[in-house]
Design a protein around this ligand. Sequence first.
Ligand code: PMP
Length: 428
Amino acid sequence: EGKVDLSVRRADFPILATEANGHPLAYLDNAATSQKPQYVLDVLDKYWTGENANVHRGVHYLSQRATRHFDDSREKVRVLLNAASTKEVILTKGCTEGINLVATCLTGPSPYRLREGDEILVSTMEHHSNIVPWQLAAERVGASVNPIPITDAGEIDLDAYAHMLASGRVKVVGVVHISNSLGTINPVKEIARMAHEAGALVLVDGAQAGPHSLIDVLDLDADFYTLSCHKIYAPTGVGVLYGKQHLMEALPPYHGGGDMIRTVAFEGTTYADLPAKYEAGTPNVAGVIGLGAAIDYIASVGREAQGAEGGLRSNLAAAFGAIHEQEIGLARYATERLLEIPGLRITGTATEKAGIVSFVLARAHPHDIGTILDQEGIAIRAGHHCCMPLMKRLGVPATARASFAFYNTYEEADRLVEAVGKVHAMFE
Ligand code: PMP
């Protein structure tokens, strides 16, 4: 009933028709990075061959054209996040840079400056990029970084969180929207509400949510929200930091240099308005234009799903609705079949889960699983997934992880299960 068949979209991604180790490539490492559709590759090619110029500086034709496309991308990101203004859309290198920016700027002069004795809470399932920048900031000012416990199913323990907020010393809460390791979809709106009630700011790491769900920063009421756009069908080296306007105006700049200033003098320098204040130096022009193309591409998927034109936001909503359905369908199917393998344990059994399936076998090490699957052309990830504290909590050194995108097929899920079955048989 009106359900769209996203598998036809597979043909949009040329790399998916290639081979690995003599087998058709089954790319199940989408949480690490997504593949790029031909549409994005064409826009990049057109940029490099006919439009390359620096932005925001030139009076000439090419520079003005590049600037227009660059600024168009920022507006598309604003719609993608449902931010109130493009002033709140800071373009970065990725999630890592966005989080470092916020953590560093919170140690500089502003009414929000972190001080000795302050507490920063991050969940036990955070990626290292939402732990280490906070540790560096805490070290600088004498604050502490405290882990919010998680349950055995891999969900944030909200009672423990409430208890930690009650100390009255919590100034910042950092939490991942969708865990790259477990697939858990965290109740970030509720987490933000609780933090605000306790007077703390909230940063949401949206690295894994951006590619798979419709984000609404206004509804979540996140103070800061970060994206890594190479996971959203765009090139590497581009990310987004959303920050509420009044906060980004109050915080000090991060990097100094060209473009982030209003006037420079040895007697004193004044800074540019948002978002330029946080974008020193020549940006990744091609990457940002590629990001705009990736957002248009997702919207085209949504147009098809809706069977109607609609605005950008409604097309994106339709796209992410269909994308999410397809991905969790694949992940549930793979999970059910994997569980038939004796000794296989799924790590991460939250009620709300995205298309990520992490698992361990009783005898084979995850690296052995990854290596043997690679021989069959199946790309998964094996390791700690940049979540060493989470691995410690789970009591495993590493996991094997299959992460699905909407362009994956049930046949690929079958190949995964059969290959893991072979690994099990080899290690029995
Ligand atoms: N957070 C999460 C949850 C992630 O999955 C990743 C990427 N693996 C990051 C942060 C860091 O992203 P990047 O390396 O692109 O900055």
